[in-house]
Design a protein around this ligand. Structure first.
Ligand SMILES: [Cu+2]
Length: 69
């Protein structure tokens, strides 16, 4: 089953940051697609992964993330 999860992601300043966030999530089990919106400071991830875990991964990569409702 694939859910769409939305996150606020802080600290993204350029396309390189967007690439870093995507790279951090690449290959993570349960992640199907990752879309990052730099201007809105958001990431939308589809998959079956645990949202809290994904937020931790982005935060550990240097982009503090929180699950959005
Ligand atoms: Cu950057």
């Amino acid at each position: 089953m694939s859910n769409s999860m939305k996150f606020s992601v802080a600290n993204m300043k350029c396309g390189g940051c967007v690439a870093n966030v995507k790279k951090a999530l690449e290959g993570v089990a349960g992640v199907d697609t990752v879309e990052v919106d730099l201007e809105r400071a958001e990431a939308t991830i589809s998959g079956s992964a645990n949202p809290g875990e994904l937020a931790k991964i982005m935060t550990a990569a240097g982009y503090p993330a929180e699950v959005k409702n």
